[in-house]
Design a protein around this ligand. Structure first.
Ligand code: NAP
Ligand code: ZN
Length: 348
């Protein structure tokens, strides 16, 4: 028997969200049914729904920052029991057998991975995401939310947390390193908290100084404005790692000049256009790298790290009927720092 659940969907291009009812699949042996309590709004949801990344299939229920409680389990489930607090991020299935899955990099599953929405399940059904009151996923793709973390501030960690934790760890943010986080938004503000908890000296790098006090409260040593030419002069060749979380085009060459010799620019922002880079951007033996979310084991590791360091997202909780307005506010940079939908309000 399928489960009917209330959800927020966009049914046609350029239309607002509306409350609707969708069906979740019958629980398979290894599935868990999750009562979703909170769902974060990631800028990727907006890029997708507004078709900035290409045409999509409607109706769509976005949402890949999901926190809730297990309310039913399939017959063969061993990892969770009813009542457990769990989160779901950007993926809901993968083959489990290819080299990338075996290396805990399910996001690069060659089958490929099933993403939480705008993706087809292996049975051919369109996957629908977390702006809903319930979801069914295989237990392998649910992560345990430690007791120390409230569900509302934990939800954004499932995408924004892992997307910043994974590259900061990979590229060695630690005491003695200077890390710049470009774009202090949903991803960036968590990046500042995580890099600081890793022991790095962190700078929030924004368009203006408006978020300077916030940056420092998040754990940054300082805050730099890219509108001020002095930023590019005074901090030239001084960063070990720069993490770019900006959702729009950037003059990447200017930022590359902030890197120390052998420093790295890690790009996680996904605007639709191309970046312009001259070959001279790499003088200083600098590198530019990408990073896409993170595997399930690393997502669990990130949640445990955040619990240990008292890191949750800084959020504004909204009701379901505020989502349309919230999308415009994210694009305008008018959120401190992540909107989280209280899913109990869907369909009120
Ligand atoms: P967000 O909350 O909107 O934050 C983006 C930040 O970028 C803003 O707060 C702003 O920071 C800065 N910004 C926005 N427009 C700008 C412009 N025109 N010029 C310069 N700076 C600008 O978005 P988010 O949810 O953090 O997502 C950020 C990007 O990461 C999106 O493109 C998203 O799709 C992508 N993403 C990638 C992955 C991955 O796996 N690689 C995962 C999740 C999201 P300031 O106000 O501080 O300047
Ligand atoms: Zn996301």
């Amino acid at each position: 028997m399928t489960t009917a659940t209330r959800a927020l969907a966009v049914t046609q291009a350029n239309r607002p969200f509306e409350a609707t009812t969708i069906e979740r699949r019958h629980l398979r042996d290894d599935d868990v049914l999750i009562d979703i309590k909170f769902a974060g709004i990631c800028h990727s949801d907006i890029h997708t729904v507004r078709q900035e990344w290409g045409d999509i299939e409607f109706p769509i229920v976005p949402g890949h920052e999901i926190a809730g409680v297990v309310s039913a389990v399939g017959d063969a489930v061993t990892k969770y029991k009813i009542g457990d607090r769990v989160g779901v991020g950007c993926m809901v299935d993968s083959c489990g057998e290819c080299e990338n899955c075996k290396n805990d990099h399910e996001q690069f599953c060659t089958k490929p991975a099933v993403f939480t929405y705008n993706s087809k399940n292996y049975d051919g059904e369109q996957a629908q995401g977390g702006y809903a009151q319930q979801i069914v996923v295989t237990e392998r793709f649910a992560c345990r939310i430690p007791d120390e973390l409230e569900l509302d501030v934990a939800a954004p960690l499932l995408c924004a947390g892992i997307t910043t934790y994974s590259p900061l760890k990979r590229w060695g943010a630690r005491p003695g390193t200077k890390v710049g986080i470009v774009g202090v938004g949903g991803l960036g503000h968590i990046g500042v908290k995580i890099a600081a908890a890793m022991g790095a000296q962190v700078y929030g790098i924004s368009r203006s100084m408006a978020k300077a006090d916030d940056s420092e409260a998040l754990g940054a040593t300082g805050h730099l404005a890219t509108s001020d030419d002095a930023t590019f002069r005074d901090h030239r060749r001084s960063f070990d790692i720069i993490l770019n979380t900006v959702s729009a085009d950037l003059p990447m060459g200017d930022y590359m000049r902030l890197l120390k010799p052998y420093g790295v620019m890690v790009n996680v922002g996904l605007p639709n256009g191309d970046y312009q880079l001259s070959p001279r951007s790499f003088s200083g033996n600098t590198a530019i790298a990408g990073s896409m979310i993170g595997g399930i084991a690393e997502t669990q590791e990130m949640l445990d790290f955040c619990a240990e360091h008292g890191i949750g997202a800084t959020i504004e909780t909204i009701n379901a009927d505020q989502v349309n307005e919230a999308y415009d506010r994210v694009v305008d940079g008018d959120v401190r720092y992540r909107f989280v939908i209280d899913t109990a309000t869907i369909g009120e």
